[in-house]
Ligand binder design. Structure first.
Ligand code: ZN
Length: 367
């Protein structure tokens, strides 16, 4: 069986966030905002500009900070009560994932407004939960994707460029991981009554388009973001990071890049880097492991370097010895996505591949 899922509506452009109330009213009249506390200060009343002209629409706001754990979700659900039919999540990955949980429990429609383009979380039907101590410990697949994802390009351009670069690293993995899954017939992440399904040709085409968009416009988009300016290249890369990568990973599946990138968090300094930074580095490891032509690996490594995606251990704030790398290898091999790759590796081989990735990155840095 082949399976496909995707976000319902997707709107992206300059200053769209001020109209969020109007768009949310397509789905219901009583709106509950879940907002990252930092973002709340940054966007302030600008979020609610449309409400005076919206007949009969009400809104209230809860702020969220901290870890997304089962405990914090039930606390937030209690605070939310039941008087809402649309949840509007505004902020980064954690507030978005918590909003998906509350929306799934309450049956409310979900509008997602990401304020950074660091991951592909906004469009997906997946929440990643952590323990109260901050360890990733549960992946929840929801029946339904968000009803609307609303991306304000000016807000993304105004955020630190590091977030966009991390999003490029995460998005870059989509095509290569999809190809791993395609070769092995591994299941994707589309929820279908606990049955397993593989990706569609449509998903594969979007993953390829994601990679081509990044390679064409990634460098120019990073430059634009450094100047906090919105250009067509930046618009294209925002779409690649959020929409194409989001639809992509869900529909084509993950493999070694996410397996290794997530496994790096077993190291004490593993969380000093961002998810997309670790996954970007690990995409190069995937390419080495799966024996892509060296010209292609070098081309992608240079692209990463130009776009601020880490290609060395030190850029990930790591200085691992062989024991550390063995721990990463062993953790990665436990990941569900590990089996999607067509290659079978022992932990010593994984250690060598990680070292080869770092060596490639250091060589390119010296050129
Ligand atoms: Zn990811």
């Amino acid at each position: 069986m082949r399976a496909w899922c995707s976000v319902g509506h997707y709107l992206q452009g300059v200053d769209v966030i001020g109209r969020v109330g109007r768009y949310a009213s397509m789905f219901g009249k009583n709106h509950l905002f879940l907002v990252d506390s930092f973002v709340c200060q940054m966007l302030g009343e600008g979020l609610y500009g449309a409400y005076p002209s919206l007949d009969g629409c009400t809104y209230r706001t809860l702020t969220f900070e901290g870890e997304i754990s089962r405990k914090s979700i039930s606390r937030l659900s209690n605070e939310a009560g039941g008087e809402f039919d649309v949840i509007v999540a505004v902020g980064g990955g954690k507030v978005i994932d918590v909003a998906k949980m509350v929306a799934a429990q309450s049956g409310a429609a979900l509008v997602v407004c990401p304020t950074i383009a660091a991951t592909d979380a906004p469009t997906s039907a997946m929440s990643i939960l952590y323990s109260d101590e901050g360890e990733m410990n549960e992946i929840v697949l929801h029946v339904k994707n968000p009803d609307l994802v609303l991306v304000d390009s000016k807000v993304i351009a105004g955020a630190p460029t590091r977030f966009l670069s991390a999003g490029i690293g995460d998005a870059l993995s989509t095509y290569y991981e999809g190809e791993s899954n395609w070769k092995t017939g591994h299941a994707n992440y589309v929820w279908c009554q606990s049955e397993q399904a593989v990706g569609t040709a449509a998903g594969r085409a979007i993953a390829r388009a994601c990679m081509e968009t990044l390679e064409r416009d990634g460098r120019a988009a990073v430059k634009a973001c450094e100047q906090s300016t919105v250009t067509p290249a930046l618009e294209n890369v925002i779409e690649a990071n959020i929409l194409m990568s989001g639809i992509g990973f869900e529909n084509v599946g993950c493999s070694l890049a996410h397996g290794l990138g997530n496994a790096m968090t077993v190291l004490p300094d593993g969380e000093k880097s961002m998810h997309g930074e670790r996954v970007g580095f690990s995409t190069l490891s995937l390419m080495i492991a799966e024996d892509y032509p060296s010209e292609e690996v070098e081309r992608v490594a240079r692209f990463c370097r130009d776009c601020g995606v880490p290609t060395t251990f030190s850029e990930l704030s790591l200085a691992p010895n062989d024991d550390d790398l063995r721990k990463v290898a062993q953790a990665a091999m436990q990941a569900e996505s590990w089996g999607a790759s067509p290659v079978r590796l022992c932990d010593a081989e994984v250690v060598d591949i990680l070292k080869a990735t770092d060596a490639l990155g250091r060589r390119i840095a010296q050129e």
